[in-house]
Design a protein. Structure first.
Length: 296
């Protein structure tokens, strides 16, 4: 599977699978990725209809270069197996499986995709949202080496519920859960997406949490309303000055006279080879964002 780390995922918007108008509207929303939801956003008596609508919408296309993800119901539910079979046939970029709490859960999800005939580029995304997932984060992350799993989505509402903790502005009650997951994900090259912000009207609070998520190391944030897309895209995008400096770092290390050097002075600052690696990723993301926005 291709490297997923430089693909833009600043804004990842949930869209309810039971709402046909929302699925159509999503084609014009400037989110980097869309999660078409068959799980939490859909009532039990609407599951079958939502599955048909989502898979028809995905198969029909029209979403441009947005990354399309279908969140299925859990494998232990009456709808999970059917969701995966139908979702694979529709051809999204990824399938998001909820309540991943152990390495065995990853194996089950991976094998379900294989059994359904998934092509080699179909990714497995995992919801990290239970206490057991936090305690087993390293073992779960290690499964990325042998399965399709490439992205983790933090289910912060569920984490707060399971921990019986407050969902505060600074999220101190769940910071250990976020930190353990981040450490495990980065150790195995997994993309990390922050959880949702529930108060749609609190624009300043949302922006502050986006900044906190970026500072914690998240690659982007999951969203529940289109109005959150713009601020999220701005906050999680590389700063233009950082992009320019990153290009200068890459150019400096590429000069023949600097071949083999581990430390250079660039624009008055000392940089090492590790900074070149960071610079290449920054530039790659900036270029990918520009390409995505050009096609929107």
């Amino acid at each position: 599977m291709a490297d997923q780390s430089a693909r833009p995922r600043r804004s990842v918007l949930y869209m309810p699978g039971s709402n046909a108008r929302a699925l159509e509207k999503a084609k014009s929303i400037a989110a980097d990725a869309l999660i078409l939801d068959l799980e939490d956003a859909v009532a039990p008596d609407a599951k079958e209809e939502a599955r048909a609508q989502v898979t028809s919408a995905v198969a029909g296309g029209g979403y441009g270069k947005r990354e399309i993800v279908i969140r299925v119901n859990g494998l232990d539910t009456p709808w999970g197996a059917g969701d995966i079979e139908a979702a694979v046939a529709a051809g999204p970029d990824a399938i998001l499986v909820p309540k991943i709490s152990s390495p065995e859960d990853v194996t089950r999800a991976h094998e379900a995709l294989e059994k359904a005939g998934a092509g080699p580029e179909l990714q497995l995304w995992a919801m990290m949202e239970t206490p057991l997932a936090m305690l087993r984060a390293e073992a779960i992350a290690a499964m990325s080496r042998t399965t399709r799993m490439s992205v983790w989505v933090m289910g912060t509402n569920d984490i707060a519920k399971e921990l019986r903790c407050a969902h505060t502005a600074q999220r101190l009650p769940m910071i250990t859960s976020l930190g353990l997951s981040m450490l495990a994900a980065r150790a195995y090259g997994i993309v990390m997406l922050d959880g949702v912000y529930n108060d749609i009207k609190d624009e300043e609070g949302f922006k502050e949490m986006c900044v906190q998520g970026r500072e914690l190391g998240f690659d982007g944030k999951t969203l529940i309303h289109p109005s959150q897309v713009g601020p999220c895209n701005e906050i999680f995008a590389p700063d233009p000055e950082d992009v320019a400096f990153s290009r200068a770092i890459i150019e400096a290390f590429a000069r023949p006279e600097n071949k083999g050097k581990g430390v250079l002075k660039v624009e008055g600052r000392m940089v090492e080879l590790l900074h070149e690696e960071i610079a290449r990723r920054t530039v790659a993301i900036a270029e990918a964002i520009a390409e995505l926005e050009k096609s929107a």
